[in-house]
Design a protein around this ligand. Sequence first.
Ligand code: S3P
Length: 449
Amino acid sequence: MSLSKNDVLRSQKGAALRGTIYVPGDKSISHRSLIFGSLAIGSSQISGLLESADVLATKDALIALGVEIIKTQNGDWQVNGVGLNGMVSPLKPLDLGNSGTGVRLLMGVVAGQDITATFTGDASLSTRPMARITDPLSTMGASISTRDGQLPVTIKGTSTPLAHQHRSEVASAQVKSAILLSGLNGRGTTQITEPYASRDHTESMLRYFGANVQQTFVDNGSHIISLQGEAVLHGRQINVPRDPSSAAFAIVAALITPDSDVMIPGISINPLRTGLLDTLVEMGGSIERVNERNEGGEVIADLRVKSSQLYGIEVPASRAASMIDEYPILSVAAAAASGKTDMHGVAELRVKETDRIKVMADGLRQCGVDVAYSDDSIQVNGQVTGNKIMGGVTLSAQHDHRIGMSFLTLGLITEHPITVSGCTTIETSFPNFAANMTQLGASIIVDAI
Ligand code: S3P
């Protein structure tokens, strides 16, 4: 079931969720496997790549930069790397669509080579902050022009970037990764300090491809990453684990739908991505990690989730980086919980695909949930046991995939159905979301308007 421009989806209360759901490949690792494969010498084979709009935009941009990327017969991908100085200036602007990860990581790639490229994106990406990336890349030697710190951005890179010691204000894997990608060609050591550890797929994968990357986790929560410049990367085999951020919707749906028992196999449980799992377990959720194993440098597990009575808790700011994409769906779990859930340190949500604090709060309120918020916090007053959430509204996902899937998950327990418009971007991270959830027993249908 592929979504067309005019589709709206509707979800409603129905059966218990039962069975197994296979969520798609991890988005962060998919982007990185294409990018690092392109910068390596020799070919890389990728299995389990997330074939979503965001990742395919990165793939097309890399092809425009001169890399050969082939989908092999069995659905796997082969990237014939060109090395760290082998890319060419693209003939046209690189359009990364909705993808913040794609555009920001590729800016780092272009900044570290003797090539020039212009980056564009869709309406949402064009309003997102880029100075946090372009400022350090300029310090490293790239010549950059932007439209007031937003797209379009043009970068004239240099193959001799300066090694840079960067202290980031925000815990952002995208900022960190752009600087590290530029630093691969640097002379000397590039070092980044982030206030809390953000996902470290770039660090792990760079090491796996042959670069010298060190990580220090400091007692105050901060994270220091050092990369030795003049690196050489070698092609590798990558098995992309399944995405915990996509699994999040099935996990919460199973927890809040009575009598559910769902298996979600092969999910990355990288400790810098498990903030939501930890939080839901603290809230009383029954989530069992079964068959933990290590595959291609990432720890994965099968998750067994059973419906549970959830209780509101305090979610500390120190956890935000490890669950930054999961606050919309956590807000849904909090609405179904009894008592107040207080989420702190979430200011970064304001600069995601939408202002996720405001859009979630507005939608929940329309459904009858008591929500308060500030610039960097959200408080959801959940249902006292026995109380009901009314729903019965049409909400706009405002073209934000995670908002769309969160509202649809909420509709599985509201008294009246929830209709969600503006959700075609669900395909940027979770193609076939509705069909996969329906196979578990969820009632989510497409309504063409
Ligand atoms: C991502 C990092 C996060 C996250 C995004 C994917 C990545 O963004 O929100 O969906 O793959 O590096 P920030 O690093 O800006 O927090």
